[in-house]
Design a protein around this ligand. Structure first.
Ligand code: MG
Length: 331
């Protein structure tokens, strides 16, 4: 199969900017690819690398796309190296043909709370909106300060609600131990990436030493990394950002065949990648855990963000064929 190939770059302000343990993130850069097959069928995909998250960079994606030229074969596309998880996701999406429509189910959504004391008013607003699962970014301020806010958050949390903590690898082993001691017996669904991905012994040690469920995120950016941790007996959750992991079909097949305990999470992609991921997740019920897509409007523009996602994701969250609109907007 030979395709006509083209790609376009988007660079959009994150509105509002995101504060994590990696610092402040103001701009989102990604690439939309367009593939047209010999029968004239056109498909679009999105590569949305995350700086500092272990993915390939925007510049690397751009370079490979330029190397394809304007004609590319399916064999060439299949030869993109495994570490290009974002580009492989994009190309598979652009090559995919519409499947017979599966019934779209529903899944809960976890709302993202801002780092620091700002989490408190945000929690009140999200509770009001009907959310029951929350994710709070920690590891941004000193431990003692954040533990104080943590206690205040739990005091506001209704009995049936759960809190996820995401340290983005910011703690050392001693700090992680203090946090996990404090989390024991509290309504904490899991603690995400307490240590840097390189400290694999430390991560396994914490999982064995504390009764709190742990989740890997930065450790399992690409599906092959999740496979390795799973083979080594990781007892906790895998937070997968499907837009970074590789082709959706491969990710879905791994989840279904191994029954991995996953959270499917946003990588702050546009409506193009997001709709494709949610369609798969909702139709195939790939997880029982609330989706990590409660990030609100990422770009503050409906064209790029797509339909609003509330506390319960269903077919109303899916955009119909958003690729063409974004492609045209980038002309
Ligand atoms: Mg995370």
């Amino acid at each position: 199969m030979l395709y006509t190939f083209a790609h376009r770059t988007y660079r959009l302000p994150l509105n509002p900017p995101l504060r994590t343990a990696h610092g402040r993130w103001d701009w989102r850069e990604g690439i939309i690819v367009r593939l047209e097959d010999e029968a004239g069928w056109v498909g679009y995909g999105e590569a949305a690398p995350v700086p500092g998250h272990g993915t390939e960079t925007w510049a690397e994606v751009d370079q490979l796309c330029r190397a394809f030229g304007d004609r590319v074969s399916a064999e060439e596309l299949a030869r993109v190296p495994g570490r290009f998880g974002c580009l492989r996701f994009a190309l598979a999406l652009a090559q995919a043909r519409p499947e017979p429509a599966l019934p779209i189910g529903r899944l809960g959504v976890a709302a993202l709370l801002p780092a620091g004391r700002g989490a408190l008013p945000a929690l009140a607003a999200r509770l009001e909106a009907g959310y029951l699962a929350f994710k709070w970014k920690v590891g941004v301020a000193p431990v003692e300060e954040e533990l104080g806010v943590f206690d205040d958050l739990l005091a506001e949390l209704p009995a049936h609600a759960r809190l996820r903590l995401d340290a983005n690898g910011a703690w050392n082993r001693r700090q992680a131990g203090r946090w996990l001691d404090r989390c024991a017996g509290r309504p904490v669904e899991f603690v995400e990436q307490p240590l840097v991905p390189d400290d694999e012994d430390g991560l396994r040690g914490l999982a064995g030493d504390y009764p709190v469920c742990l989740a890997l995120d930065e450790s399992v950016v690409r599906l092959e990394e999740a496979r390795r941790w799973q083979a080594q007996g990781w007892p906790g959750v895998f937070v997968l950002k499907p837009a970074l992991a590789g082709p959706l079909e491969e990710t879905a097949r791994w989840i279904e065949s191994t029954r991995a305990d996953v959270v499917l999470s946003s990588a702050l992609e546009t409506v193009l990648a997001r709709s494709a991921i949610l369609r798969w997740a909702l139709a195939r019920q790939l997880t029982r855990r609330p989706l990590g897509f409660g990030v609100g409007g990422v770009f503050g523009a409906r064209r790029w963000d797509g339909p609003e996602i509330g506390p319960l994701a269903d077919s109303s969250c899916l955009a119909n064929d958003p690729g063409k609109e974004l492609w045209t907007a980038l002309d």
